[in-house]
Design a protein around this ligand. Structure first.
Ligand code: BG6
Length: 509
């Protein structure tokens, strides 16, 4: 790791949820691991009227709750809180940015940060443009000797045209190489490991193409509802919230060509090419290629779950999808004709994110499997979370006379590699930005390309009220109509469990 230069981070939206749940805990962990530079300060900026002391108190409280009774932690939290500062401004008013400049100049002097500064936009997205304008109006977007970077949280736009507008606006205030569009999935160790699995091993890559792969399945299931975020979620829905960003990122990593080197430009060029090769979904085909659902009330193990429409902030007749399943094709030499099945949903039976490579069956069928099938069902499961690891499924002879064959699982669990807990995605991404490494951030052209993929679906849903939205009881695997996406006989979605190797059995909500 490069030695980090002294620097400042300015968090807009500092009184919000993301700051207390993710950003401050991630920065605290970096502090504990002694990864922050000797001159480092965190400036929280938000509309909420607080002073630095009150902000520190709030963050200390959150960190204490998160860290339970780990010994010695209180001292570390107190030492960390000395780095925290706060000002309140009218964020929507670019005129109030002189106050931000004044405070930055003061902190630069105290912490010797030489002008190096990251601006983190963690506000509602409607404020991104006015913050960028406010920063450039005070010439905070550039610095003669140090560097200035801006991290932009998701959602980055709500469709192609708004994403383009935001990109254009940001590019008037910052250069592309100063802009870090964050997608926390790219900060997950196991997501980065997709590239390592593919490109550091000779055994997988020869099979990783249309000659051997039957289809690819990507699931990101959550066993929670919208958790008080109904106001935001109802305007977003699963396609915008999960597919346009996180799941398309997973598609790019599983489908990309080997980059020429592990370098931001080379990797981002390859991932962009995948997005450019995704076959556009015809608006007339949306009903067949994309299934949407919304959770309805249910009772599981004696506990009642409200329907989505009963959630605070959600319209009683909302047609926002809390589940989506879709079929995509990537029209290039490697993947021509291989379907990619993608699904995500709230209130599914368990929390799990995984990529599954389903291999083609043997060309000649010699054995009958115990399951009654004649096909091998070779799968490579890359488990992103939880119980992170890899599972390979293949047929083995059952001991005894004859040739009875059974599917067996060979598994590797990340936990066996290191006792250390996997670092939170935000730790990795913040550290990368501090070092100026944009590899795990999304480039503007890739964001626009991913909106091009989902835009026809959004437009079809908007313009054609006859496209159904299916109800599914909270705690089930989504609407049954999603099964017809997988057209192959005898093939279904996988039903993964929280534990990697327990797939196919009943999972609790
Ligand atoms: C966020 C979405 O980006 O990702 C949430 O807005 C979702 O709705 C979350 O719950 C899922 O992230 P993870 O890391 O828990 O899979």
């Amino acid at each position: 790791m490069k030695v980090l230069e002294n620097q400042l981070i300015v968090i807009f939206g500092a009184s919000g949820d993301l700051t207390k749940r993710k950003l401050i805990p991630a920065l605290f962990e970096l502090f504990r691991k002694k990864l922050l530079p000797s001159g480092y300060a965190i400036l929280g900026v938000s509309r909420t009227l607080l002073n630095t002391g009150q902000f520190r108190e709030k963050m200390i409280g959150e960190l204490q709750v998160n860290s339970g009774d780990q010994s010695g932690i209180t001292g570390e939290i107190t030492a960390f809180s000395d780095l925290l500062h706060y000002i309140s401004i009218e964020t929507a008013d670019p005129g109030s940015f002189s106050k931000v400049k004044e405070k930055i100049l003061e902190l630069e002097g105290t912490y010797q940060t030489n002008g190096n500064c990251i601006f983190y936009l963690s506000t509602p997205p409607g404020l991104y443009e006015s913050i960028a304008t406010g920063l450039s109006s005070q010439a905070l977007n550039i610095h003669q000797s140090g560097w200035r970077r801006i991290i932009v949280e998701k959602p980055f736009g709500s469709n192609l045209s708004s994403a383009k507008k935001l990109n254009n606006h940001l590019l008037k205030c910052f250069h592309e190489d100063q802009i870090y569009r964050i997608d926390h999935y790219l900060g997950k160790e196991t997501v980065q490991n997709v590239m390592v699995t593919r490109f550091s091993n000779g055994i997988f890559e020869p099979l990783w193409n249309r000659n051997y792969v039957h289809h690819i399945e990507i699931t990101s299931a959550e066993n929670i509802g919208v958790e008080g975020r109904g106001g935001y979620y109802d305007k977003s829905g699963a396609l915008r919230d999960m597919v346009q960003n996180h799941l398309l990122q997973l598609v790019t990593l599983v489908a990309m060509e080997p980059p020429t080197q592990i370098h931001s430009l080379a990797i981002r060029n390859e991932t962009l090419k995948v997005l450019q090769s995704v076959r556009p979904i015809d608006m007339q085909e949306v009903e067949k290629q994309v299934i949407r659902g919304q959770y309805t009330s249910s009772t599981m193990r004696g506990k009642k779950y409200n329907s989505y429409r009963e959630e605070p902030g959600v319209g009683h007749d909302s047609r926002t999808e809390t589940y989506v399943a879709l079929k995509l094709f990537i029209d290039n030499w490697r993947w021509g004709g291989v379907p990619f099945y993608i699904r995500t949903g709230k209130y599914l039976p368990t929390k799990v994110t995984e990529l599954v490579i389903h291999f083609k069956p043997t060309p000649h069928r010699l054995f009958c499997f115990d399951s009654g099938r004649f096909n091998s069902d070779n799968q490579l499961v890359i488990r992103i979370q939880p119980d992170e690891g890899i599972l390979l499924k293949f047929g083995m002879k059952v001991p005894g006379s004859g040739f009875s064959v059974q599917d067996v699982n060979m598994d590797f669990h990340y936990a066996d590699l290191s006792q250390d807990a996997l670092p939170e995605a935000y730790q990795r991404l913040l550290l990368d930005c501090m070092q100026g490494d944009a590899t795990l951030f999304t480039r503007g052209d890739a964001i626009e390309q991913s909106w091009k993929i989902v835009d026809p679906v959004l437009s079809a849903w908007d313009s054609n009220p006859d496209i159904p939205i299916y109800g599914y009881p909270a705690g089930t695997w989504g609407p049954q109509q999603a099964d017809i996406l997988i057209e192959e006989p005898d093939m279904t979605w996988r039903y993964p469990c929280k534990n990697l190797t327990d797939d196919g059995i009943y999972c609790e909500l």
